[in-house]
Design a protein around this ligand. Structure first.
Ligand code: F6P
Length: 494
């Protein structure tokens, strides 16, 4: 079996405290890679002065060899906080109003991708399958090809791909689309995302569509398909079962004092619809006042990307909103919303999911949302809780038996909370068992195997005349002007 080389911006370096990594990417990939073994290259999470980037830090943990690189402060500002999280993230989540496009950040994004290519190059062996993840690293395959890599290279996008009118509003969209055609296999979370991508290609006439999944460009054929990401279904179910015996679980049950638990777990991000969710919960409590003092919403929201201004503003807004609802509706012995700003360990989370009567997973837009899947897997077969799920989460394409809501409709979501809490046992069991069948059929291992099978079936690319066969030195990769880094005729700005 060929060695697997994974590249992602964020790498879940094993944390001695056992704290769960925030974000679905790290959790899912770690499960998949642990089972198969391989090399995982990414950012160490540390930044340093311009001339202080040292060699790769290699660390072997079980089946996985980690190769971590520091980035400079300027890199982090321009590539991660700038282009990735203030341009690509809002645009892919349909928030053109929040996109802050700047040429400096865009140049930093391409420069860092070139730098990642130069770090990866010396580690690549001829038969390796290279699998690159998420929006931070879109141009990485094109950079590797330019540096002579002919290996099979796949890409998986964990976040949504927006409609052409939205994506094309980004000044550099054509260069990004073109660079994606350098991959052999492109994976999207849903059919809808793949179709949006195909529409973007066809509007710019960048590739010819051969059939549903195959596209031809530049004398070669690449695949673009939906591969909905899954979870470790059986393992998570077992974890939740075990967690019910822990001291934390017992303390939590005690503190609920017979009240029904409603749970929400999200990174603090504007795409997650947390303010609309709190509004919906308030609407539910106001319209169904008999439920007051009988339910508690536990909202677990680890802080995220706090250096980005929109996230900082949101931290304040959500805390104020939760405080306002608690102040208006709470009593001396009842707090409607328990709002927590840190991540919990996975066993603790699994136990809380199992205890909850209802999960509110109501993003305004989400690639997949693995919280929805983990909540379902954690339930008790004999008395399962209800999943209330946004239609705009990728998970809604698979978990059709959830209670599907439009999170922009605050009152409608409030009424759906009331219906879910009153749902008869038989209906809950029917919905849960249908969702569990789906989660068992498509777990994270199936996701990984299906993608890698498609990638392995691709022919090795021919070396290109324009390619560079020797690794560029780090210093070159850092200082090469963008003009040169994007010198192929197709990689133009518009
Ligand atoms: O799953 C989407 C994603 O953006 C991942 O790429 C990322 O690792 C995770 O969410 C958490 O975000 P960040 O790495 O910016 O903290």
């Amino acid at each position: 079996m060929a060695r697997l080389v994974v590249v992602s911006n964020r790498v879940p370096i094993p944390d001695k405290s056992g704290t769960a990594p925030a974000g679905g990417l790290a959790v899912a990939l770690q499960s998949a890679l642990e089972a198969r073994g391989g090399l995982w290259l990414g950012w160490s999470g540390r930044s340093c002065a311009d001339d202080a980037v040292g060699p790769l830090q290699m660390q072997k943990e079980g089946n996985i060899e980690y190769a971590l690189t520091d980035l400079t402060e300027r890199d982090v500002e321009e590539y991660y906080q700038g282009f990735a999280n203030r341009v690509l993230w809002p645009i892919c989540h349909y928030r053109l109003d929040l996109a802050e496009y700047g040429r400096r950040e865009m140049a930093g994004y391409f420069r860092v991708n070139r730098f990642f290519a130069s770090r990866l190059l010396p580690l690549i062996e001829p038969d390796d399958l290279i699998w690159i993840h998420d929006y931070h690293l879109i141009p990485l395959a094109a950079e590797l090809r330019r540096q002579g890599v002919t290996n099979r290279i796949g890409f998986f996008l964990h976040i949504p791909w927006p409609a052409p009118d939205v994506f094309h509003a980004m000044p550099v969209h054509e260069a990004l689309l073109t660079s994606l055609t350098a991959y052999d296999v492109l994976g999207f979370q849903t059919e809808h995302d793949r179709e949006n991508f195909a529409d973007c290609l066809s509007r710019r006439d960048l590739a010819a569509r051969l059939d549903a999944s195959r596209f031809a460009t530049d004398g070669r054929v690449f695949t673009a398909r939906p591969y909905p990401i899954g979870i470790e279904t059986e393992e998570f179910a077992a974890l939740a079962k075990r967690a019910a015996q822990t001291a934390l679980h017992k303390r939590m049950l005690q503190s609920l004092d017979g009240k029904q638990l409603i749970i929400g777990v999200d990174r603090l991000d504007y795409s997650k619809g947390i303010t609309q969710r709190i509004d919906a919960f308030e609407s539910f409590l106001t319209r169904h006042s008999d439920s007051q003092r009988k339910v508690t919403l536990l909202q677990i929201t680890p802080k995220s990307r706090s250096e980005v201004p929109e996230y900082e503003a949101m931290q304040r807004a959500v805390a104020e909103q939760a405080g306002r609802v608690n102040g208006a509706l709470g009593t001396v012995d009842w707090v409607p919303i328990r709002y927590i700003n840190r991540s919990l360990r996975r066993p603790a989370l699994a136990g809380l999911y199992r205890m909850a009567k209802l999960a509110l997973v109501t993003p305004l837009r989400d690639g997949m949302n693995l919280v929805a899947k983990e909540f379902v897997a954690a339930q008790r077969e004999e008395d399962p809780g209800v999943l209330l799920l946004s239609r705009f989460a990728g998970a809604a394409q698979e978990l059709k038996e959830a209670v599907l809501v439009n999170p922009y409709d605050v009152e409608g979501t409030g009424e759906a909370i009331a219906r879910s809490l009153a749902m008869p046992l038989e209906e809950r069991r029917e919905r849960w068992s249908a969702m569990m069948t789906t989660l068992r059929a498509n777990d994270v291992f199936t996701w990984c195997d299906t993608f890698l099978k498609d990638l392995a079936a691709k022919p090795v690319q021919k070396a290109r005349p324009a390619s560079v066969s020797t690794p560029v030195r780090t210093s070159e990769a850092r200082t090469q002007p963008l003009r040169k880094a994007m010198s192929t005729p197709v990689a133009r700005w518009s």
